[in-house]
Design a protein around this ligand. Structure first.
Ligand code: AMP
Length: 445
């Protein structure tokens, strides 16, 4: 399959060639032609699959159909909603890059930074607006943004937006859009809540489903290193040593854990920076830029902060702690082995995390290889303890298991909806047009 067969115009193909993309990824091959037809699309694809180009390229082509860029005051034509500021910035950067030979304008608005330059950018005229829901509503409240001319709506990483509690904001925003528009929804997982949102939003959508497991199974090699909790840091330093000077992303469960680890690594002369929700936008942008420039070797992140991070060709991701929700494992490890390069997904797992590991293996529908690193064999006399989540305090008390040692039970994150049993991202059996009531009459474009 080549990009030439997808119906994209020369200006876009030129950028694709310049970027060195030789062939479309599966989500691009499936989504680009249907988006170009003006259809609604419901796509199951996570970060690392090339989903940003899958919606940005055809959108730019559709918006450029009349060959004119937006004039000041002309109204925004495409709205892309993302869960985090980092993702908003990255998506806008991609839109900007892909559209460099087209006379279209884009900008991004998100919280944590001054609203004034955003207002000025919108006033100058924008075709594509990439926004996080909260800040967009701030603009709506101040009447600095006009959503009445939106032709295309994209919900990017819709599952994460719902996980982060944005459903009410999204509903409010959708109510402000013209009814006649094209809708694209991208999500890594399809919980009942996502399906409800999609049903209310979509008009006879085309379904695009990328093999979930392909992203994690083919290019990424997964390994678990069993280790005692108290020796994780020592093992991490050992593993970082094995990776030479290569950069890597390390995940911790809590912000406090990220800070502590960052200090400890820095103390051992391993350049590191932490990004998490308590860091200011400026600190987060700087840490990401330092990482991208190669000024720091290890980026330590919590799940929320890492959402949508697009760092090219990360050779490895280390789970210093396993995530509380198994879906996060897929998101985390999706950051290595991207777009054709291989990667290692390494997890340091202590006795307390046995149950979390089982949940992850159930979601992936296969066991993860275990390898004890010489000198780090876990001490079998150490009992399991409840896991600290940082947000909700301690997990439930351990329950005894066969053999006398307690095992932690229960799931820590109650807010998160698990994916459907069997791990299928969405119900492809649902017939187009069988959406719920409330939005009838909405045309395709
Ligand atoms: P995304 O899933 O949108 O976050 O994209 C993941 C990465 O894949 C980004 O760094 C893109 O630049 C890259 N990418 C997207 N499409 C292709 C392609 N067809 N070939 C090679 N790399 C790609």
């Amino acid at each position: 399959m080549s990009f030439d067969n997808l119906g994209l115009r020369a200006e876009l193909l030129r950028v694709i060639t310049e970027l060195g993309y030789t062939e479309p990824t599966p989500v691009q091959a499936q989504a680009i032609p249907v988006v170009l037809q003006g259809r609604d699309v419901l796509a199951g694809a996570q970060t690392g699959t090339g989903k940003t180009a899958a919606f940005s390229l055809p959108i730019l082509q559709l918006l450029n159909a009349n060959g004119k860029a937006q004039q000041p005051g002309g109204g925004i034509r495409c709205l892309i909603l993302t869960p985090t500021r980092e993702l908003a910035a990255q998506v806008e950067e991609s839109v900007h890059t892909y559209g460099k030979y087209l006379p279209l304008r884009s900008t991004t608005i998100y919280g944590g930074v001054s609203i004034r330059p955003q207002i000025a950018a919108i006033r100058r005229g924008v075709d594509v607006l990439v926004a996080t829901p909260g800040r967009l509503l701030d603009h709506v409240g101040q009447r600095t943004v006009d959503l009445s001319k939106i032709e295309i709506l994209v919900l990017d990483e819709a599952d994460r937006m719902l996980d982060m509690g944005f459903i009410r904001d999204i509903t409010k925003i959708i109510a402000l859009l013209p009814r006649n528009r094209q809708n694209l929804l991208f999500s890594a997982t399809f919980s009942p809540e996502i399906k409800r949102l999609a049903n209310g939003l979509m008009n006879a959508p085309a379904y695009v489903e990328v093999e979930r497991k392909a992203a994690t199974a083919n290019l990424v090699s997964h390994v678990v290193h069993p280790v005692d909790k108290a020796r994780k840091r020592e093992l991490l330093v050992h593993l970082l040593g094995e990776h030479g000077s290569k950069q890597g992303l390390v995940f911790t469960r809590t912000k406090h854990g990220a800070n502590k680890l960052c200090e400890q690594l820095s103390g051992q002369r391993i350049s590191a920076a932490a990004i998490h929700g308590n860091k200011s936008q400026q600190q987060r942008t700087k840490a990401l830029a330092d990482f991208k420039n190669g000024n720091i070797r290890v980026l330590i992140a919590t799940d929320i902060a890492a959402r949508g991070l697009d760092v090219d060709q990360l050779p490895y991701v280390i789970n210093f702690d396993l995530p509380s929700a198994p879906e996060e494992y897929v998101h985390r490890t999706g950051r290595t082995g991207r777009a054709g390069s291989s990667g290692d997904a390494i997890s340091l797992v202590c006795i307390d995390e046995t149950r979390l590991l089982k949940d992850i293996e159930r979601l992936m529908e296969r066991p993860i290889r275990q390898e004890i690193i010489q000198g780090f064999k876990p001490d079998p006399s150490i009992p399991a303890e409840p896991i600290e989540t940082g947000r909700q305090g301690r997990r439930p008390s351990p329950t005894p298991r066969a053999g006398g040692r307690p095992m932690v039970t229960g799931r820590a994150v109650a807010r998160r909806t698990p994916v459907a049993a069997g791990g299928r991202p969405f119900d492809a059996s649902r017939k187009p047009g069988s959406r719920g009531t409330g939005n009838e009459g909405r045309g395709n474009r």
